[in-house]
Design a protein around this ligand. Structure first.
Ligand code: NAP
Ligand code: 8YV
Length: 333
C-alpha cells in the first residue's frame, strides 16, 4: 500500500512510491511529481534491463499528449495503478489495454481550451494577413522599396470547424466575434450549437474560406483531411490544423499547397513531429508552429497541476478529477 511519511517541513509525503515518466514529459509536471514521488524517466533506448528493475515498483505512469504508450509497455508494469496524461489528447495511449489491466487513465481537458483556440485564430490571421512575411518585410529593410502583397480579409469570412468539442466551440466563439459565419462537421450533429452542420469534411470544406481542424487524433480520424477534402476547399481557401498531424494526409497537403489546390495553411501539428517536411519550410503561403498551441506559462502550470492532482487522486484511492471518457464510462458500470 501507499506509505506516508513527514518531510522536514512537516508535509506528508507519499515517499516510497515510484513513478515512471515517459520521455519528454513536461518539466512542470515532473517538478510537481518529484516533490512527492520518486520519479524515473523511462528510456526506450536503455534496453529491457533498465525497465525490468523499475517495473515491479512503478505504481504511476506519467505521460504527455504526444506520448506513445502501447499495451506491450503497460503489460511490463504489473504494479501500475494510475496513468496520468499531461494533455487533453491521448491518442498515443492504448486505453483499452490500460482498462483491461485495471489502470485508470486521466487527461487534462478544459484548462488548455482557450489557449488552443487562441492559437487557431492566430494561425488564421497569420496566414491570411501575411503576418510572418510582413515582419520579415520590415526587418529586412524592404519597406522603403515597396509595399507587401495584399492579404485575405478574415472578418466576415466563412469559418468551417472540423470537430466541435470544447476547443472547436471556443474557436467558434472567437470566429463569431470576427463576424464570421460558422459551420462545422462532427460524427454527431450538435443542433444546440446553432451553427450550420455538414455531414462530411469534404462538404464542409466546399462551403468555407477557412477550415480549422480540431478533432482528436488516432485511428478514427486518420487522414480525415485528404486530397478530396483539399480539392473541395479550393484555391481561395485555407487549412488550419491544431489537432494532430495524423488527421491530415501530409503528403496530399504538401502537393495541394505546391500546386495551388488550396490558398495556404497554418499548421501547429505534423505527421512525424518534430520533423516537418522540408518542402513546407520555403512556402510563403504557410505558417508553421512547433506544436505549441497550449504553450503559455499559465496553461502549462494549470495542466501540470491537473495532471499531478489526477496522479495523486489515483494513487490515494480518491475519485479521479478528469478521467478519459472511456475510463469514466467503465467506472460508471
Ligand atoms: P473534445 O471536446 O473531445 O472534442 C472533440 C470533437 O471532435 C468533438 O466535437 C467530436 O464530436 C469531434 N470528432 C471526433 N471524431 C471525429 C470525426 N471522426 N470526425 C469529425 N469530428 C470528430 O476535445 P477537445 O478538448 O476539443 O480537444 C480536441 C483535440 O485537440 C485533442 O484530442 C487533441 O488531439 C487536440 N489538441 C491539440 C493541441 C495542440 O497543442 N495543438 C492542444 C490541445 C488539444 P463527435 O464525437 O460528435 O464526432
Ligand atoms: C500539449 C496537446 O502540447 O493537450 C494536448 O493534446 O497536444 C498539447 O496540449 C501536449 O499534451 C504536451 O505533451
Amino acid at each position: 500500500m501507499i506509505g506516508q511519511s513527514m518531510n522536514s517541513r512537516g508535509v506528508f509525503r507519499l515517499s516510497q512510491l515510484d513513478i515512471l515518466a515517459m520521455p519528454k514529459v513536461h518539466p512542470l509536471y515532473l517538478q510537481a511529481l518529484k516533490a512527492v514521488y520518486k520519479v524515473h524517466t523511462y528510456s526506450p533506448e536503455a534496453g529491457p534491463e533498465a525497465l525490468a528493475e523499475l517495473a515491479p515498483r512503478s505504481v504511476g505512469l506519467a505521460a504527455g499528449g504526444e506520448s506513445v504508450v502501447p499495451g506491450a509497455l503497460l503489460a511490463q508494469l504489473p504494479a501500475l495503478k494510475m496513468l496520468s496524461v499531461f494533455g487533453v489528447g491521448y491518442d498515443g495511449i492504448d486505453v483499452q489495454a490500460a482498462i483491461a489491466q485495471g489502470v485508470p487513465v486521466t487527461h487534462t481537458p478544459g484548462v488548455l481550451t482557450d489557449d488552443v483556440a487562441d492559437l487557431a485564430m492566430a494561425l488564421v490571421l497569420s496566414v491570411a494577413r501575411l503576418v510572418p512575411q510582413a515582419d520579415q518585410h520590415v526587418r529586412q529593410g524592404r519597406w522603403p522599396q515597396g509595399a507587401m502583397p495584399l492579404g485575405r480579409k478574415v472578418s466576415g469570412a466563412r469559418m468551417g470547424i472540423v470537430g466541435l468539442g470544447r476547443i472547436g466551440q471556443a474557436i467558434a466563439r472567437r470566429a463569431a466575434a470576427f463576424n464570421m459565419s460558422i459551420a462545422y462537421t462532427t460524427r454527431t450533429e450538435k443542433p444546440e450549437s446553432g451553427y450550420t452542420y455538414y455531414p462530411t469534411a469534404a462538404a464542409l470544406a466546399a462551403a468555407v474560406d477557412f477550415l480549422v481542424v480540431i478533432t482528436p487524433g488516432g485511428a478514427g480520424t486518420r487522414h480525415l483531411i485528404n486530397a478530396e477534402v483539399l480539392q473541395a476547399l479550393g484555391p481561395q481557401s485555407y487549412l488550419v490544423n491544431v489537432a494532430r498531424g495524423s488527421v491530415v494526409d501530409e503528403e496530399a497537403l504538401v502537393k495541394a499547397l505546391a500546386g495551388g489546390v488550396i490558398a495556404g495553411a497554418g499548421l501547429d501539428v505534423f505527421a512525424n513531429e518534430p520533423q516537418v517536411p522540408e518542402a513546407l519550410w520555403s512556402m510563403p503561403n504557410v505558417v508553421l508552429t512547433p506544436h505549441m498551441a497550449s504553450a503559455t506559462h499559465q496553461t502549462r502550470q494549470a495542466m501540470a497541476d491537473l495532471a499531478f492532482a489526477n496522479m495523486q487522486a489515483g494513487l490515494s484511492g480518491q475519485p479521479l478529477l478528469t478521467p478519459v471518457p472511456e475510463c469514466a464510462a467503465s467506472q460508471e458500470r
